[in-house]
Ligand binder design. Structure first.
Ligand SMILES: Nc1ncnc2c1ncn2[C@@H]1O[C@H](COP(=O)(O)OP(=O)(O)O)[C@@H](O)[C@H]1O
Ligand SMILES: [Mg+2]
Length: 263
């Protein structure tokens, strides 16, 4: 059952979207992001996860349907308001030439700055907090393009955090990280959720989705195949349906959450 529009932090309502001169990638997608939850978007490569996040953040205009942010159509919001309410960590971002870590994180504050206003103590504090949470303080003066993939990913996450929005969308935030940093990132997102933020993340690791998500949206071929609590979605049958993967699902001995064992 689709949740009723307006109750969630974000709703896609019969959303059709894609790229110029191509068949739409998303066809009539209806999906909700519960407020205060951690929503994991899962699905095979090319199924439209990044496209959905772009439509959620208005980087992509829908060809049909709409996206609601707190129940209001995002099409009608001012860009500055949108930027104060949601931030996106894209799957890949080009690093501006010659930029240092602290400078890049400071860019997260642009949406908060007013014309003629100076950099404020509040801006300074948000940047410091974002760098502390992502543990990149010791990298502050480094050139971003000299960092390892994992370090760079933490800088991008810090940029999104510095924006200090109630809604945070992250496209594969753990992909370039080693296993320890993957967990550190997931725990960070979990703690942000516990502090009241709404988190949406594209995750490839289903065990991570099982452990950290409160809501899972499973996509295939530009459609939502299933959405609900992790335990209801991460089943042998659904995983076969969504990924075409034959697997066993067993409970994690410590957490009881589903663990996926491909056969
Ligand atoms: N900028 C683009 N221009 C044209 N086609 C694109 C673009 N980005 C993605 N696509 C296509 O849209 C489909 C869905 O891509 P994407 O949303 O990136 O999938 P996912 O994130 O699930 O891997 C793919 O077929 C992909 O080739
Ligand atoms: Mg993607």
């Amino acid at each position: 059952m689709p949740e009723s529009p307006g109750r969630a932090a974000l709703d896609a309502v019969r959303l059709t979207a894609g790229y110029r001169a191509q068949a739409p990638v998303l066809s009539e997608v209806t999906a909700s992001v519960p407020r205060g939850g951690f929503t994991a978007v899962i699905g095979p490569n090319g199924c439209g996860k990044s496209t959905l996040l772009r439509a959620f953040t208005r980087l992509l205009a829908p060809a049909g349907g709409e996206v609601l942010l707190d129940g209001r159509a995002i099409a009608g919001l001012r860009t500055s308001e949108l930027a104060r309410r949601q931030s996106l960590l894209p799957q890949q971002s080009p690093v501006p030439d010659g930029i240092r870590v602290a400078e890049l994180v400071q860019r997260g504050r642009y949406p908060h700055q007013r014309l003629f206003a100076q950099w404020s103590p509040e801006d300074e504090a948000a940047v410091a907090r974002a760098m502390e949470l992502t543990r990149i303080g010791d990298l502050a003066d480094r050139l971003v393009d000299t960092l390892s993939g994992g370090q760079r990913q933490r800088v991008w996450i810090a940029l999104a955090l510095a924006q200090d929005t109630p809604l945070l969308l992250l496209d594969e935030p753990t992909t370039f990280l080693d296993i320890a940093h993957q967990f550190e990132t997931l725990r960070l997102l979990d703690s942000l959720r516990a502090q009241g933020r709404t988190v949406v993340a594209v995750l490839h690791d289903l065990d991570h989705a099982a452990r950290f998500a409160t809501h899972v949206v499973a996509m295939r071929d530009g459609r939502v195949r299933a959405a609900g609590p992790p335990a209801a979605i991460l089943t042998e049958e659904r995983i076969r349906e969504v990924f075409g993967l034959d697997c066993r699902v067993i409970p994690d001995p410590d957490t009881g959450t589903p663990v996926v064992l491909p056969r």
